[in-house]
Every structure is written in structure tokens, then in C-alpha cells.
Design a protein around this ligand. Structure first.
Ligand code: AMP
Length: 217
């Protein structure tokens, strides 16, 4: 089963991906994580993506589609969580074509619905483990070890694009590009909404229900 987690930055897609991977047999493609790793490793993709990311803009479709195509080739037969991709209708249409080549498809698109006012607080307080990607929040989920990850001992970082100056543009990009992508999937009757303002374990239970239904159908 392949699923897409779609929602605004800070809506909880990364947290839920981790919970799903811990319990089920999924692999995760977080395009944001892949791009951050590419920047850290000073690759060509990282170099071209960095200026877009620093400004909160979307990396061009052709770069993203090539990156995902590469990834999918190695995942034949596996269940994939797409986290942060697609973000545009063009990416969504390409994803269907890429999966078709593997005789696969997207089974469910889970839309993380949230009140935008909450997002700024979530993002400015978010801290991410630089090694394992575990997600914390300075107020709602602080690490008991301060700036160190409880799970792996890595250092926690405040992502450059989780600053208030950049968040506005990221949310604007979400409205402009990802809004129509959500409607695209709604039109195809693949979209399911979850209330991502609830606590993570409540959201997780909702997602489990969606997956159980999809498995039956
Ligand atoms: P994320 O970690 O998902 O919030 O992504 C961080 C940044 O990476 C975004 O603000 C974009 O600049 C870039 N990015 C990640 N995924 C995509 C995508 N599917 N299309 C375009 N840009 C992306």
C-alpha cells in the first residue's frame, strides 16, 4: 500500500510518518529530508535546492520529479509513505505515471487539516534531531536531555526555514500550490481528511482506521 501524507508545514506529517514506520511495514520518502541531506552532502541537487528552501519557496518540479523517480525505482514492491511530495498538481500527475511503471498506485491521500494560526507556534518551537530526524517542541515535547535527542544522542537543531521570516512564504506556497493538489485528489476520491489539531496519538488512531478501511476495500 502506498500513501501520501499531505498538509501544511507543521501539520504533523513527519511525526505521523515516524509512528507509522515504527508499527507497520512502510518505508518513508520525505523529500524535505532528502533535500536537506543533499545540501549537507554538497551535491548538485542540494546546491540548486538550497536557495529555494532558504526562502521558503518550492524547488522546481523537474528537480523534484527526477529525485522521486530515482527513489521509486529502488522501492518496487514496498509500501511507501510519501511525506512532502507531491506538493503541486504536476508532481501528483507525474507520481501516478511513475508508480504505474512499477505496477503500483497511490491507495490513500491523507490530508492533515489544521488551523493555520497554530502552525507558526508549532514551527518556531520545533526542534529536529540532526541524526535520526526525531521531532521535538520546546514547549509541548521538550527533550529530557536538553539539546540532545533522547533516542539517539544526536544534537537538536532549529531548521533554518522554521524561522518566522520564512514560515509566511512556506504557508503561502502551501495555499497556492498544495491547495490545488489536495483538490486534485479530492476529485479523484482518494482523499481522506484527519483532524491534525488533536494530540499525535489521537491522529495516529484516526490514520490507522483509514488504513484498515483501505485494506478492506
Ligand atoms: P519539508 O521538510 O517537507 O517542509 O520541506 C522543506 C522544503 O524543501 C520546502 O519548503 C521546499 O523548499 C522543499 N521541498 C520539499 N519537498 C518539495 C516538493 N515536493 N516540491 C518542491 N519543494 C519541496
Amino acid at each position: 500500500m502506498n500513501i501520501i501524507l499531505i498538509g501544511a508545514p507543521g501539520s504533523g506529517k513527519g511525526t505521523q510518518s515516524r509512528l507509522l514506520i515504527d508499527k507497520y511495514n512502510f518505508v518513508q520518502l520525505s523529500t524535505g529530508d532528502v533535500l536537506r541531506a543533499a545540501i549537507a552532502n554538497k551535491t548538485d541537487v542540494g546546491f540548486s535546492a538550497k536557495s529555494y528552501m532558504d526562502q521558503g519557496k518550492l524547488v522546481p518540479d523537474e528537480v523534484m520529479i527526477a529525485l522521486v523517480e530515482d527513489y521509486i525505482l529502488g522501492q518496487k514492491g514496498k509500501s511507501v509513505i510519501f511525506d512532502g511530495f507531491p506538493r503541486t498538481v504536476a508532481q501528483a500527475k507525474s507520481l501516478d505515471l511513475m508508480l504505474e511503471k512499477n505496477a503500483a498506485q497511490i491507495d490513500k491521500v491523507i490530508y492533515f487539516k489544521i488551523n493555520p494560526q497554530i502552525l507558526v507556534k508549532r514551527l518556531t518551537g520545533r526542534r529536529t534531531c540532526s541524526q535520526c530526524g526525531e521531532i521535538y517542541h520546546v514547549e509541548t515535547k521538550p527533550s529530557s536531555k536538553g539539546h540532545i535527542c533522547e533516542k539517539c544522542g544526536g544534537s537538536l537543531v532549529h531548521r533554518a526555514d522554521d524561522r518566522e521570516e520564512v514560515i509566511g512564504e512556506r504557508l503561502a506556497q502551501f495555499e497556492k500550490n498544495t491547495g490545488p493538489t489536495i483538490e486534485f485528489y479530492r476529485g479523484l476520491k482518494r482523499l481522506v481528511e484527519v483532524d491534525s489539531m488533536s494530540e499525535p496519538d489521537v491522529v495516529f488512531k484516526e490514520i490507522e482506521k483509514v488504513l484498515a478501511l483501505a485494506n478492506k476495500g
